[in-house]
Design a protein around this ligand. Structure first.
Ligand code: URA
Length: 209
């Protein structure tokens, strides 16, 4: 079963408190999400493989370490996922970015993928799917299925806030996918919002209603 990592670094937790606060306006919300995404990138990439490299310091030849060429792909789910991409790219500037847009047909309840653009070599990349709010888990679950169908082999899921219901869906359907969260909340309410949550992440990021 995929592991759930709640990233409880004090800086992340502090910023998440202000992200949750309904008094926080769009500009500050966006900045905080960007900062949390950057801090989360630091933790998510903790186990990337390293390799030795010989360099010349001004003093002598030395053996040092560089990333072992592991290629990363960021896959934000539209639209709220976009809010975390720039923060991630500050620490992983060479990552490629693919985009997934989906909605559930209200009648058939089947996922409808209205947009998909991926790096050509996703099977060689460590993919990080970005879905800030893991509520029912439907979108992240469908996006991961879609990536696997196209050859993806290594996938991690990154969320700002998750409900236990969404975590369970991903763990059942994708036991190979580790989940990285800033917070694991109590539950979903009757309207599908995460409780206590932060409201609609897309609306708060982009100032829509
Ligand atoms: N999507 C959101 O943006 N917020 C929630 O609480 C649940 C889903």
């Amino acid at each position: 079963m995929g592991k759930v990592h709640v990233l409880d670094h004090p800086l992340i937790q502090h910023k998440v408190t202000y992200i949750r606060d309904k008094q926080t306006g769009t500009k500050e919300f966006r900045e905080l999400v960007d900062e949390v995404a950057m801090l989360m990138a630091f933790e998510i990439t903790r186990n990337l493989p390293l390799q030795e490299k010989t360099i010349e310091t001004p003093v002598m030849e030395a053996q040092s370490q560089v990333l072992a060429g592991k290629k990363i792909g960021l896959i934000p789910i539209l639209r709220a996922g976009l809010g975390m991409v720039d923060g991630m790219l500050k620490l992983i500037p060479a990552a490629r970015v693919g985009h997934v847009g989906l909605y559930r047909d209200p009648e058939t309840l089947k996922p409808h993928e209205y947009y998909l653009k991926l790096p050509s070599d996703i099977e060689e990349r460590e993919l990080i799917v970005i879905d800030p709010m893991l509520a029912t888990g439907g979108s992240a679950n469908d996006a991961i299925h879609s990536l696997k169908k196209r050859g993806a082999k290594q996938i991690r899921l990154m969320c700002l806030v998750a409900a236990p219901e969404g975590v369970e869906v991903i763990q059942n359907d994708h036991p190979d996918v580790d989940i990285f969260l800033a917070a694991l909340d109590d539950k979903l309410n009757d309207h599908g919002y995460i409780v206590p949550g932060l409201g609609d992440a897309g609306d708060r990021l982009y100032g829509t209603k």
